[in-house]
Design a protein around this ligand. Sequence first.
Ligand SMILES: NC(=O)c1ccc[n+]([C@@H]2O[C@H](COP(=O)([O-])OP(=O)(O)OC[C@H]3O[C@@H](n4cnc5c(N)ncnc54)[C@H](O)[C@@H]3O)[C@@H](O)[C@H]2O)c1
Length: 434
Amino acid sequence: MTLTVVGAGYVGLVTAAVFAELGNKIFCIDINKERIEGLKRGKIPFFEPSLSEYIKRNLSQKRLFFTTSYKESVPKSQIVFICVGTPPKENGEADLSYLFAAVEETARNLTGYTLITIKSTIPIGFEDDLESTVKKYAKARFEFAACPEFLREGTAIEDTLHPDRIVIGSFSKKAQKILLSLHAPISGERIICDIRSAQLIKYAANSLLATKVSFANTIAALCEKMGADVEKVIAGVGADRRIGRSFLYPGVGYGGSCLPKDVLAFIAIGRHFGYDLSLLRAVDDINQRQIELFVEKVRKALGVKGDVGNVAQDKKVAVLGLAFKPNTDDMRDAPSIKIINHLLNLGIEVTAYDPQAMDNAKKILPKVKFAKDVYSAIKNQDALLLVTEWPQFSQIDLARAKKLLKRPIIIDGRNLFPKDKVKELGFTYIGIGR
Ligand SMILES: NC(=O)c1ccc[n+]([C@@H]2O[C@H](COP(=O)([O-])OP(=O)(O)OC[C@H]3O[C@@H](n4cnc5c(N)ncnc54)[C@H](O)[C@@H]3O)[C@@H](O)[C@H]2O)c1
């Protein structure tokens, strides 16, 4: 099949790369000329394991083409996947300006029957507006379908090739047939439903994942009050197959380009349909509070008074991990940003290290010093703060770390380090709920 993928971001590029790998001819469009020029030379604009090899292989085998022109690609395509961003507005609703621009430009270039398939996460209730936008500009037949995306950054290729499910939102038999045939080589349960249900599946799934994180953080807070160990409690709870361990982990809260924005957008959708998603308001509150609780731990451990304003405290910390999660360089809504800004406001100096996200972080955190590796980051610092659980951080030579730090304090925002061993080595260890 010949497809157009609109948006060369995390979702669009992975979609383009995987469907090209499966033998389809793919045009991938973006309005960002620089990004497209780089991609034509095989330069990937962000870090995602294996993506570079997939893109380069399919470029050289002439199955994958990058362009800024809808005219060049849409008329040749049976399916147009819309994968543009839907970032949050100030009020929590999704900003749909990129979506409508992409759909309008697609419509203007339709020449024969085309299935416009929305992969972006978009609020429920805009199907009619999208349809009227296309009708206004299109001179050819089209249908709409929703095919929400569930990939996780860091394992995006694997998730796209082996998803748990493929959701196809369309009641048109023709649209279903096209999408089922395209996905035939890919495993996973097929769920076929109407467009609204498909979109709701995406919001409900992300909201439930966020709820699990906030639930674990609630239990962690209680454990701290009671002197219980959240790691044991969560292990005991998660061992129940009806509940499961996944996403049931305490820490500094969830971040990234999806969970925070989708929870807020879902609350706004509920409001629009006259239903107060109070559960999710609590989930979001708990998530925000988690940052403050972590900063409070740092402040107390260093003996910095609250409300000191932006006055230098002669205290320095190393922050290990900046990306919103391991195996990505994505800094969108990363908890590290809020934590670091709070620390800087308390007059605490911050040196940071992340294996992949430092280039992106430098643009967002100009007052932070960046170190070339873990050991230079922690040298002469008053504490080591673990914020993102990159697997390599669990290999840190703790005895060496203790010699390098000015004060042997570890504040572990992801419960990554073995608490007892760290204490045995003479550190003051502060985790989350343990
Ligand atoms: N990133 C994820 O892990 C993930 C997972 C599942 C779903 N989603 C959803 O998928 C959508 C895309 O997310 P993303 O992270 O890939 O976004 P992104 O910001 O990485 O990429 C979006 C791309 O679209 C391009 N674009 C904007 N307007 C355009 C237009 N009119 N024509 C062509 N290109 C245009 C931008 O230049 C950008 O390169 C969002 O709705 C998101 O919520 C993301």
